[in-house]
Design a protein around this ligand. Structure first.
Ligand SMILES: Nc1ncnc2c1ncn2[C@@H]1O[C@H](COP(=O)(O)OP(=O)(O)OP(=O)(O)O)[C@@H](O)[C@H]1O
Ligand SMILES: O=C(O)C1=C[C@@H](O)[C@@H](O)[C@H](O)C1
Ligand SMILES: [Mg+2]
Length: 169
């Protein structure tokens, strides 16, 4: 079975790189945020607003765990690795951490406030705090670490493919 999971902060490129990587590897592609929206008929930000973050995290956990047992490239939600059951499941698949610094993430996201955890405040400051808190988790859970700063999505995909060709440890 070939399951590749992409993790990283908002703006790290999980959705963009995941789709390209799946195309290159001829694997199905799943973006967990998109799958949740399809299953629930609601945007992620509407689930946050109507049901709260705790309810979203439970939905995210179930959706992610079910996608991690099949073939495919799976782009996780930015906060997913902080859920213990998801972190545990990631140990069994090839997990790639897309690294981005707050400056590049902000440049990519801009003032798009559709991400609920970044809405309603200073996006740049929130990203800095989020990265500080999450970096140790992403680093621990990601088997491969790929720096995306200053690189185009196609270059990131090339590096991931090279890393995946290395024999599994
Ligand atoms: N390596 C890159 N270089 C420049 N821009 C990029 C790169 N990767 C992604 N982008 C752009 O940055 C924006 C955010 O990327 P994307 O939606 O793939 O991130 P994400 O990690 O899926 O974020 P989220 O956690 O919010 O879903 C998009 O507009 C995308 O085109
Ligand atoms: O960083 C986060 O915690 C999130 C990122 C998005 O992918 C969504 O899963 C949701 O907006 C939460
Ligand atoms: Mg995404």
């Amino acid at each position: 079975m070939t399951t590749i999971a992409l993790i990283g902060a908002p703006g790290s490129g999980k959705s963009t790189v995941g789709a390209l990587l799946a195309e290159r590897l001829r694997l199905p592609f799943f973006d967990v945020d998109t799958e949740i929206e399809r299953m629930h008929g609601k945007l992620v930000r509407e689930i946050f607003a109507d049901d709260g973050e705790e309810a979203f995290r439970a939905i995210e956990r179930d959706a992610t765990l079910s996608l991690l047992v099949g073939d495919g490239v799976v782009s996780l939600g930015g906060g997913a690795p902080l859920t213990p059951a998801i972190a545990e499941a990631l140990a069994d698949v090839r997990t790639v951490w897309l690294k981005v610094d707050a400056h590049d993430a902000f440049k990519r996201i801009g003032l798009d406030d559709s991400r609920p955890l970044l809405a309603g405040g200073g996006i740049r400051g929130t990203l800095i705090k989020m990265l500080r808190a999450r970096t140790p988790v992403y680093a621990a859970v990601g088997r491969h670490h790929v720096d995306t700063s200053g690189r185009q999505p196609g270059e990131v995909v090339d590096e991931i493919i090279t890393l995946l060709q290395e024999p599994a440890a």
